[in-house]
Design a protein around this ligand. Structure first.
Ligand code: G1P
Length: 290
């Protein structure tokens, strides 16, 4: 049984980069081939043994709640028509033993604020945070499972990181600190969206965290930071003064599905691995003669 039982999905962001698609549809419901981004995230959590999914939703995100709810009409219809395989796909969105909790974030005050709202649902235990825009693929062991293993060894917060080019530092939380093991560094500096000149390294935070519950007190004291929002990164900088925090360079491939190019890359690569589509799609790409 995993020592981390809860995953928090902060999904209240407006998704302006995908307008008009995201005018009425949550950006996390955009699908890669045939599955919405949010479900790739929930499956990564489930693969790691997590059994409680906490979604922090905004006003336009009812489609996310519907997706993780029972779909009586659809399920009855599919059962009546004997479409057992499709019924299973629908029912497997929330597997047996997994509970979903939905919490409204009344104002878009940032990632830190969203995580703070999860406190009552999380309790006094370590928990995962997954930003579904960051789709991370690893066929053998998901990113959150890898990070829980690090947590179980060090009993401290773990942040998922990857190397980025210095021109991109303004898009990420950036961390720096001494390497202590393969893929693992101790965080000494952590700053949200610095300019290349101010970035402490080229190690960027991606949307995966394992956090100790001590973060909640820090979040409550955190004032608005970059972009006028309450930043999780700023609360982590405070937490670091009291507890060690580790940066883990995960094994796997990340697609930034919050950007159009990353979304398209994920779509093409997932289609090329899809059971039913791969062959036809490969043929199609070949005849495009790019
Ligand atoms: C958030 C975090 C940032 C992190 C990024 C990863 O930023 O605040 O530290 O690097 O996610 O995707 P956002 O992309 O929500 O602006």
């Amino acid at each position: 049984m995993s020592s981390v039982k809860t995953a928090v999905f902060p999904v209240a962001g407006l998704g302006t980069r995908f307008l008009p698609a995201t005018k009425s549809v949550a950006k996390e419901m955009l699908s890669i081939v045939d599955k919405p981004l949010i479900q790739y995230g929930s499956e990564e959590a489930e693969e790691a043994g997590i059994s409680k999914l906490v979604f922090i939703v905004g006003r336009t995100k009812n489609s996310i709640i519907d997706h993780f709810d029972k779909a009586y009409e659809l399920e009855t219809e599919l059962a009546m028509r004997g479409k057992e395989d499709m019924l299973k796909i629908v029912q497997d969105v929330v597997p047996e033993g997994v509970d979903c909790v939905f919490i409204r974030q009344p104002e878009a005050l940032g990632l830190g604020h969203a995580v703070m709202l999860a406190q009552a649902a999380v309790g006094n235990e370590p928990f995962a945070v997954i930003l579904p825009d960051d789709l991370i693929y690893n066929a053998e062991k998901g990113c959150i499972r890898q990070m829980i293993e690090v947590y179980e060894k060090h009993h401290a917060s773990v942040i998922g990181t990857q190397t980025v080019s210095m021109e991109e530092t303004h898009m990420y939380g950036m961390v720096a600190g001494p390497q202590i093991e393969e893929r693992l560094a101790q965080v000494e500096e952590i700053v949200e969206k610095p300019s290349p000149e101010q970035a402490p390294s080229d190690q960027a935070i991606v949307g995966r965290y394992i956090l100790t519950p001590a973060i909640f007190d820090k979040l409550k004291q955190t004032e608005r930071g970059a972009g006028g929002e309450i930043q999780l990164t700023d609360a982590l900088a405070e937490l670091r003064n009291e507890e060690p925090i580790y940066a883990y360079s995960f094994e796997g491939k990340r697609y930034d599905c919050g950007s159009k190019i990353g979304y398209l890359q994920a779509t093409v690569e997932f289609a090329l691995q899809h059971n039913e589509l791969a062959e036809d799609f490969k043929e199609y790409l070949k005849q495009l003669e790019l």
